[in-house]
Design a binder for this molecule. Structure first.
Ligand SMILES: Cc1ncc(COP(=O)(O)O)c(C=O)c1O
Length: 191
């Protein structure tokens, strides 16, 4: 949650619009209100398996749209955007000069070998406009840890606009995470 909030602070000004999948993770809506920006829903239809479509993203864009938020795999639907559609969404983001906040906290939970769950950051022209959000509390099933990571281009100036002003780290959980990662590595190397 903290990573998403920092990403919102870094990309949005008061009155800007952000595209959010609908249905989507409920906390996005409150966080956007906290930065005084406006949610513009991108409707996801059951007929399309609740997967976001580039055409729906494009149709929702307003003159004030600065950011597109993606969540694949999605909470609450579990939907995964397939690679071709993700590439089309990336083209929309590039052509409308949007930042993309890619909430990938459930990427470790794809069990079907035939399903490819890519990060939009891997698409052409996207690395420099995507903020990838990940959560150790999901990947390692420690729900209350609330420890995550954010991967971002230096061009955003995240150091001064976000992290420089807001410290969002709890020393105890950071140490626990580091220890968990160290043990996991040792376990993987022992296999
Ligand atoms: C889609 C999504 N993003 C972000 C979060 C927040 O993750 P964390 O609990 O690690 O802050 C959640 C938590 O449920 C979530 O479902």
């Amino acid at each position: 949650m903290e990573a998403i909030y920092l990403a919102l602070i870094a990309t949005l000004d008061i009155g800007d619009d952000i595209l959010i999948p609908d249905p989507g993770y409920a906390n996005y809506f409150g966080q956007v209100r906290m930065v005084h920006a406006n949610v513009v829903p991108v409707p996801l239809s059951a007929a399309n398996g609740f997967r976001m479509r580039a055409a729906d993203v494009e149709a929702a864009i307003t003159p004030r749209t600065k950011v597109l938020l993606l969540n694949s795999p999605s909470n609450p639907t579990g939907a995964i955007i397939d690679p071709d559609e993700l590439a089309a969404i990336a083209e929309v983001a590039v052509s409308h000069d949007l930042w993309v906040i890619s909430d990938e906290v459930y990427r470790a939970f794809v069990y079907d070998d035939d399903v490819r769950c890519l990060s939009i950051a891997s698409m052409p022209g996207m690395k420099e406009r995507t903020i990838v959000v990940d959560s150790f509390s999901k990947t390692f099933a420690v729900r209350l840890l609330h420890e995550g990571k954010v991967v971002v281009t230096p061009a955003l100036g995240f150091g001064s606009r976000g992290r420089g002003f807001v410290r969002m780290s709890y020393v105890g959980t950071a140490q626990a995470t580091a220890e968990g990662l160290r043990r996991m590595r040792a376990w993987l190397e022992s296999l």
